[in-house]
Write a protein that binds this ligand. Structure first.
Ligand SMILES: O=P(O)(O)OC[C@H]1O[C@](O)(COP(=O)(O)O)[C@@H](O)[C@@H]1O
Ligand SMILES: [Mg+2]
Ligand SMILES: [Mg+2]
Length: 334
């Protein structure tokens, strides 16, 4: 089916855009479209809570820890509940994999889709009014509709994703997603309660002058990363690190740049989670013309073995990520 080449006008609502693009999806039965709407709806509720975080009692940390042993923030849990409820009610998702749940949550047995989600990304920034986000990834189930969800459904390679996206709760709130036909960004108009197309067909510049890495960890960097960061400095690149993956990623997607969370002497697999942080952002990056690796291989080719497994991440502008890979090889050759 020939993809319609007519550009969708800026200001088109998300609903209208999803409807227009549905014909691009060979399974076009409307379920994926409805799922995207359910996620957008939940993000509006979370946006409301994030935007008034300082006024109501949702600031602060809970006793409980998540699967990664990190202290859960109240907003982590609240966001998780909002997305889980919206997906349960929507009926299209059979299971939810979430950073905030140890195991996957079965939702609707008749659902055809698996959702993997980081309900609130950038938790360390929640209490200080710095941008945070939500990251999501969508797969088709492998098992029979109506049957119990199994591991083969929830542990799929990134190349199996049918859609991925993120919501950035920043100066404005944006939803950016792909269904494998390019990347589009929508800005939330609070008073109308609607997302409007603001960034059609996003392409990441092949080059950039921004590098994002937590240099506070530099004592724990392996030589290839140290050499690469030194190279960025020699180029007089700008160091930018918000500490919220979604915010750092979004800036680099629009302006060009590279985000790195490497393996370190203390964290052999880095910090970020493959299934609901690295894979969705890798899908978006590749669809926008960029590159995403774990330092050696394509992120989306990594076979997941655990829901919360971690992976190093090098993501962003094609030439910057390739340079980082070359640096690794050069260092290895030494
Ligand atoms: O403080 P560090 O070690 O640089 O880690 C920051 C990274 O950790 C994260 O906060 C991890 O995500 P969560 O907040 O969802 O756990 C990323 O958003 C961010 O890029
Ligand atoms: Mg995160
Ligand atoms: Mg999180």
């Amino acid at each position: 089916m020939e993809e319609s080449r007519i550009a969708t006008p800026i200001g088109t609502t998300l609903d209208r855009f999803i409807k227009n693009k549905q014909e691009n999806f060979k399974y076009a039965t409307g379920e994926l479209s409805q799922l995207l709407r359910d996620i957008a709806l939940a993000s509006k509720v979370v946006n409301r809570e994030v935007s008034k975080a300082g006024l109501v009692d949702i600031i602060g940390t809970l006793e409980a820890q998540n699967s990664g042993g990190e202290q859960q923030k109240k907003l982590d849990v609240l966001a998780n509940i909002r997305f889980s409820r919206a997906l349960k009610k929507g009926g299209e998702a059979c299971a939810l994999v979430s950073e905030e749940n140890d195991s996957y949550e079965e939702l609707n047995r008749d659902g055809k889709y698996i959702i993997a989600i980081d309900p609130l990304d950038g938790s360390s920034n929640i209490d200080v009014n710095v941008s945070v986000g939500t990251i999501f990834s969508i797969y088709r189930r492998k098992t029979e509709v109506g049957s119990a969800v199994q591991e083969i459904d929830v542990l799929q390679k990134g190349t199996e994703q049918v859609a991925a996206g993120y919501v950035l709760y920043g100066a404005s709130t944006m939803l950016v997603y792909t269904t494998g036909h390019g990347v589009n960004g929508f800005t939330y108009e609070q008073s109308l309660g609607e997302y409007f197309l603001s960034n059609p067909d996003i392409r990441i510049p092949e080059d950039g002058t921004i590098y994002s890495i937590n240099e506070g960890l530099s004592k724990e960097f392996f030589p290839p990363v140290t050499a690469y960061v030194d190279w960025c400095k020699e180029q007089s690149f700008n160091a930018r690190y918000v500490g919220s993956l979604v915010a750092d990623f979004h800036r680099n997607l629009l302006k060009g740049g590279i985000y790195i969370y490497p393996a370190t002497t203390k964290k052999a697999d880095g910090k970020l989670r493959l299934v609901y942080e690295c894979n969705p952002l890798a899908f978006i990056t590749e669809q926008a013309g960029g590159k995403a690796t774990d330092g050696n291989k394509r992120i989306m080719e990594i076979e997941p073995v655990a829901l919360h497994q971690r992976s190093p991440l090098f993501v962003g502008s094609l030439n910057l990520v390739e340079k980082a890979m070359d640096e690794r090889l050069a260092q290895k050759a030494k």
